[in-house]
Design a protein around this ligand. Sequence first.
Ligand SMILES: CC(C)(COP(=O)(O)OP(=O)(O)OC[C@H]1O[C@@H](n2cnc3c(N)ncnc32)[C@H](O)[C@@H]1OP(=O)(O)O)[C@@H](O)C(=O)NCCC(=O)NCCS
Length: 163
Amino acid sequence: MEIRQARVDDAAAVTALIDLVAQNDATLGLDRYPGGADVLRRQMEGTPKDVSTFLVAADGGAIVGYAFIGRYITPTLAHVGVLSIVVHPAHRRAGVGRRLMDEGALWAGSVGVRKLTLSVLATNAAGRALFVASGFATEAVRKGQFRIGSADVDEVLMARWLS
Ligand SMILES: CC(C)(COP(=O)(O)OP(=O)(O)OC[C@H]1O[C@@H](n2cnc3c(N)ncnc32)[C@H](O)[C@@H]1OP(=O)(O)O)[C@@H](O)C(=O)NCCC(=O)NCCS
């Protein structure tokens, strides 16, 4: 299993992975990747390398994990990056998420991002555990920010300072 930069021709596999996780887990707060593979492809092609990183975990020919970090370009926010991550259900608890987080933090540090942030549903025990294990701490909780099925679910905003 290798962690590498996503290529444009990975876009369909990445969005298929996100759609699978979105539909199976109710952890992402969405039901599919908005706009599909074409949107991701355009984002990959159009975003400068110091603004976003698209990382995949590749197991042979299969994409089993994905992480995205995008930084703000507004000067007052340019030290902040926003992270999201998914791992295929059949490849969890094998360190894929941790390796994607580590690689993402390396990229962030290399482009001057000092603060990594993310949003996680309060009900997402695996995600919260991974983020705490990766050095993130809770900054705020937005009550009932998501409506999942018939439940109001809190959104937890977490951050990790890199320097
Ligand atoms: C959250 C997620 C990315 C974790 O990926 P993963 O590859 O399984 O994580 P790792 O194997 O690298 O786990 C690293 C550490 O995180 C913690 N962790 C991960 N999953 C956990 C779980 N289900 N229960 C408890 N701790 C967990 C543990 O500390 C683990 O270390 P350990 O295995 O040595 O105990 C994965 O469960 C996932 O894709 N979930 C659905 C999408 C999602 O929730 N994304 C985040 C939304 S913001």
